[in-house]
Design a binder for this molecule. Structure first.
Ligand code: ADP
Ligand code: 5GP
Length: 227
């Protein structure tokens, strides 16, 4: 009997409000992969369900799981802890199933180190103004927390060059299709993916375009290999 082929690990990350959650729920709806449920110390928002949106735990419990080495990765995001439970992710991958992690940039960098074959996709907002509009329109954050998220987004975007792909989330349907295309390309190309290029300058160009985009979010979505 041949060995079970391992599944792929797709990491979807990018600044808060860029549309990661919206894109990931569409991918799950389309049956593309299992979305890992993270553990967090932050309070549930209205309509969030225990075990579906997150596992909501105390700081004490989170610290215990760190000590038990139960996280695949974890990070402090805006003063709260978020982590990916290790076991369910590894079980799915070993069983040949694909898994999506929707996590912050620090978590993505940890995944890069412990699983170099993971596919890292950065979801880029079309412009700083549109990012602000989206965070505000979601209506889940106080003005102080919105400011914190926008400030943090600059450092996150600066890490773009560490990713394998960048999808600019301007038109949502197109962005979802871009991610689906990336997933399909990676599944059919199991050795050295031809679509990933060594092109640090690619990331710089994308960031420049983002900074210059101004208040009018428009133009085409871009899917570019960044690495
Ligand atoms: P994240 O998970 O990255 O924090 P969300 O998925 O919660 O971001 O999206 C933030 C807000 O932006 C939501 O109100 C969502 O409906 C909206 N949004 C997401 N993608 C788009 C898009 N392409 N165009 C316009 N609004 C979008
Ligand atoms: P929110 O509080 O808006 O749900 O999430 C805040 C940030 O935490 C988002 O950028 C989200 O992607 C990130 N996040 C959610 N779960 C995890 C996780 O398990 N690990 C890491 N590193 N970040 C996470």
């Amino acid at each position: 009997m041949g060995e079970q082929k391992r599944g792929h690990l797709f990491v979807i990350s990018g600044p808060s409000g860029t549309g990661k959650g919206t894109i990931c729920s569409e991918l799950v709806k389309q049956g593309e992969a299992m979305l890992s449920v993270s553990m967090t110390t932050r309070a549930p928002r209205e309509h969030e369900e225990e075990g579906k949106s997150y596992f909501f735990v105390s700081k004490g419990r989170f610290t215990e799981v760190i000590k038990e080495e139960g996280f695949f990765e974890y990070a402090d995001v805006y003063g709260e802890y978020y982590g990916t439970p290790k076991l369910p992710v590894m079980e799915q991958i070993e069983a040949g199933k694909d898994v999506i992690l929707e996590i912050d940039v620090n978590g993505a960098m940890q995944v890069r180190k412990c699983m170099p074959e993971a596919v890292l996709v950065f979801i880029m907002p079309p412009s700083p103004e549109e990012l602000k509009r989206r965070i505000e329109s979601r209506g889940t954050e106080t003005p102080e927390r919105i400011a914190k998220r926008l400030e943090r987004s600059e450092g996150e975007i600066a890490k773009l060059g560490e990713y394998d792909y960048c999808v600019v989330n301007d038109d949502l349907a197109l962005a979802v299709q871009n991610v689906l295309d990336i997933m399909q390309a990676e599944r059919t190309c199991d050795t050295a993916p031809v679509s990933r290029l060594k092109a640090g300058a690619g990331a710089e160009d994308i960031i420049k375009k983002y900074m210059e985009a101004g208040s009018k979010a428009g133009g085409e979505n871009v899917t570019l290999p960044t690495n």
